[in-house]
Design a protein around this ligand. Structure first.
Ligand code: ADP
Length: 305
């Protein structure tokens, strides 16, 4: 399946979240049948990330958005797990600090944007400023409604600087959210994740759907596309996202750079270093017994005792 084609929000297209089944799972029946495909993608991602890092000219920004318990942390854990932590970073966008609120809404996003060679994952993002902020009327409509254009401009700026952008909305149903809240309540390993706000935010579900629809419609562009990922099945979410990420990085045609040094000269230096090393290495004197191993000695001592 071409996941990118299937789940793309067409630029300026009309998208209705109610028409997209969050429980969709394609041809796969279960995690078991998709597991090897996901593992293959994770391996591929690790290789592509290595190339991105080695090339050091471009970067990738992955935006993850979704309602509470949609699985943003799970994507970070399962999909990006095989990559080298040196080249991958995660920025979590929580309630803005005083310092952040004292700046324009894109300030913190810009500071967290990936450097060349890096993959940066935004776990929530600058989109919160047209989502939670809109739903809770934290600023007036005249303020948030202008932000879509600012976001498009901001992303264009990043694109022009060599940052590729891919954005995922993790689509779950209210039922599935409640099932996950219950799992958190029942599992001592997950109980810490519970927030009272999970339940208050849930009451605003229709307002969030409206805000998300607007954001997806207004900011999905050819070069910074949104994908709506059916996410009731965690393994299907991982399959679709990992596949789209592999395609995105493969399309970048990343090149391992040519060495910056004269290889012939370096080989000569290597050989002379090797000869020097061998010349100075202590030679074993003839007839001298080999040093006994610690294990051997302790065996002997055990025998005496
Ligand atoms: P998460 O749910 O991402 O795992 P938290 O439980 O700490 O982490 O929730 C972070 C909260 O911060 C979310 O409710 C989110 O909507 C909120 N938030 C993020 N950005 C903003 C913003 N710009 N203004 C107000 N609230 C925000």
């Amino acid at each position: 399946m071409d996941f990118a084609k299937e789940f793309l929000v067409p630029p300026d297209g009309k998208i209705k979240l109610a028409d997209i089944d969050p429980g969709y799972k394609g041809k796969n029946e279960s995690h078991a049948s998709a597991a090897s495909e996901i593992a293959g993608h994770v391996q591929c991602l690790a290789e592509l990330q290595y190339r991105l890092y080695a090339e050091g000219k471009r970067s990738l920004l992955i935006v993850l958005q979704g309602l509470d318990a949609a699985g943003k942390d799970g994507v970070v854990r399962h999909v990006i797990s095989g990559t080298n932590p040196q080249g991958v970073k995660v920025a979590c966008f929580k309630q803005p600090t005083h310092e952040e609120l004292a700046h324009d809404f894109l300030w913190r996003a810009h500071r967290a944007a990936p450097a060349r060679g890096e993959i940066m994952i935004f776990n929530r993002s600058h989109y919160e400023d047209v989502l939670v902020v809109r739903v809770h009327e934290l600023v007036t409509k005249s303020v948030w409604s202008k932000r879509y254009d600012r976001i498009r401009e901001f992303e264009k700026l990043l694109l022009q600087a060599g940052t590729h952008i891919v954005k995922f909305y993790l689509h779950i149903s209210p039922d599935e959210q409640l099932t996950r809240f219950k799992q958190r309540l029942d599992d001592p390993q997950r109980i810490w994740k519970i927030r009272e706000s999970d339940y208050t935010e849930r009451e605003h579900w229709p307002a969030y759907v409206e805000a998300y629809q607007d954001a997806l419609r207004k900011t999905s562009t050819r070069r910074a596309p949104w994908y709506v990922i059916p996410s009731n099945h965690k393994w299907f979410r991982d399959l679709a996202i990992s596949s789209i990420l592999v395609d995105t990085l493969a399309d970048m045609k990343l090149q391992i750079p040519k060495p910056a040094v004269d290889l012939h000269a370096i080989r000569l230096r290597f050989h002379s270093a090797k000869m020097e090393q061998e010349k100075n290495a202590p030679r074993r004197e003839r007839g001298k017994p080999r040093a006994r191993t610690l294990a051997h000695r302790s065996r002997k001592q055990r025998g005496k005792a």
